[in-house]
Each structure stands twice: as C-alpha cells, then as structure tokens.
Design a protein around this ligand. Structure first.
Ligand SMILES: Nc1ncnc2c1ncn2[C@@H]1O[C@H](COP(=O)(O)OP(=O)(O)OP(=O)(O)O)[C@@H](O)[C@H]1O
Length: 246
C-alpha cells in the first residue's frame, strides 16, 4: 500500500519558532523524523505540541526556522502540496464528510492526496479500510459512527493519501485504554511498512507501546528526546509533565 521509501528520507524542522502576538509558543525547536521511525510527543497542555505538528503539516508558517522533506525546503509549501509529497495528517477532532460513507471519505484522500483513480483507488481504499478495522463499515455514513470508528476513519483518511510520514494528533483522545491499544496495533503495522509516524498523545502508557522514540515538550521547547523509558524517567520530564497528573 505505501510507496517505496528510501530509508534515509526525513521530515526535519530546524530552529522553528512560532509566536501568536507576544506569546512565544515554539522557541527554536529542532525536530526530525525518518521514514519507518515512530516518534511520540508528550508534554503539558499548551507546551506547543499541536503547533509543532501544524508547522510540519503546513497549516501554520513559522516565524523563524526551516522545514525540509528529503532535503528540499518546504517551509512555505501549502498543506495540500505537502500532502501530495507524502505528509499525511490525522486531526485531534475528526471532521469527516458527514454525509458521505466511510469508503467515500477514504476515496477523497486516495484521489486528492495519492492521485489514484478507478480500480487503483478502490483497491487502495479497501487495503486502508482493512488496516484500520473499518472494512465492514465501508458503506456506513460517517455521521453514524461512534467515537472509536470516527477516530479510525480519521486515521484511514490520512493513510489513504499515501503518506511516507504520518502526523497523528491525539487519535486516542477520549477512547478507553483497550480502544487506544487497538490503535497501537494499527500504528505498529504502518511503521513496519516503512511509514514514519509522529504521534502526540496524552495516554502515555499506551503511546510508549507504539513508539521507539519519545519527545517531551514544555513551554515551547523540547526538554527531552530519546529512548521512551529514559525520557519518562528523566527528572526534568517528571517535574514538567509527569508530576502533574495528566
Ligand atoms: N491560533 C492561535 N492563536 C493564539 N494562540 C494560540 C493559537 N494556537 C495555539 N495557541 C496557544 O499556543 C499555546 C500552545 O498551543 P498548542 O495547541 O500547540 O499546545 P499543545 O501542547 O498541543 O496543548 P494540548 O496538549 O492542550 O493540545 C497555547 O497557549 C495555545 O493557547
């Protein structure tokens, strides 16, 4: 399903800063993900996690810094172009086309994101729906789905665009632990196919089952980046994040 991915290709932000008025939300952040990596991002509310994802996806422009994909500068490239170049994104609050079926929603991603048509598009969507546990709901209207299936559909819509790097914003939010673990299984499969995953999630004990690297942000900066267990036992992380019951 995924495109062939040279292992060294990466999405990289260097020196990223973002302000809203006087509020500095990101302050000189360096971040990189390589295809096939799974990186978790945690941190307290307001740390700048979603803003970092917005910059990487292109829905916000940084005030300073550069973003490259495969060493090409995409800092000012639109989200639609980034999507066609292999950066997929699943939003915190799923907003499917409510009146369309599950299959039709995924076909939109396959058509506009991956550029697939006809039988190729249908075959690709069937694989995506199977991967995301939605194949039996293919003909259900999106607005009839419960939260778990809406979250899965959000992931499927992003996956249908044929990403090499997938940005996931709290796709486990609001789910039970068992439901969120279900998403872990799916994310692991994607990683095995060589897709790079960046996953923001507050359910840390679930997130660490899916990622091999954990980044902790606080107040617009990355305060730890590395092996998940080492990051979680870092005194600075415990003080800034884990000490404040999430
Ligand atoms: N468009 C905006 N205009 C003004 N302030 C904003 C805007 N977007 C985000 N912010 C502020 O930037 C800060 C960082 O927000 P961001 O959503 O990136 O944090 P986060 O780490 O993802 O938080 P959470 O875990 O609560 O989702 C917050 O103080 C937020 O209120």
């Amino acid at each position: 399903m995924s495109k062939a991915i040279p292992a060294a290709r990466a999405l990289t932000g260097r020196g990223l800063s973002k302000r809203f008025g006087d509020l500095v939300v990101l302050d000189d952040v360096d971040f990189s993900v390589v295809a096939g990596d799974a990186v978790g991002i945690v941190g307290p509310n307001g740390a700048g996690k979603t803003t970092l994802l917005n910059l990487l996806a292109g829905s916000l422009r940084p005030n300073a810094g550069t973003i490259t994909l495969d060493d090409q500068d995409i800092t000012t490239t639109s989200p639609a172009t980034r999507c066609r170049r292999g950066i997929g994104r699943a939003m915190q609050i799923p907003r499917p086309f409510a009146g369309l079926t599950v299959l039709e929603n995924v076909l939109v991603g396959a058509s506009y994101g991956a550029g697939l048509r006809g039988q190729h598009a249908y075959r690709h969507c069937a694989e995506v729906l199977d991967t995301c546990g939605l194949i039996e709901l293919a003909n259900r209207r999106a607005d009839s789905l419960g939260l778990l299936h809406r979250k899965r559909l959000e992931l499927a819509r992003a996956l249908a665009t044929g990403p090499r790097i997938l940005l996931l914003d709290e796709i486990g939010g609001g789910l039970t632990d068992a439901e969120a673990v279900d998403l872990v299984v799916t994310v692991r499969k994607l990683r095995e196919r060589g897709i790079g995953v960046v996953w923001i999630e507050h359910i840390v004990h679930v997130l660490v089952q899916a990622v091999d690297r954990l980044v902790c942000m606080d107040a617009g900066r990355i305060i730890a980046d590395g092996d998940p267990q080492a990051v979680l036992s870092d005194a600075v992380v415990v003080d800034a994040y884990l000490g404040k019951a999430q």
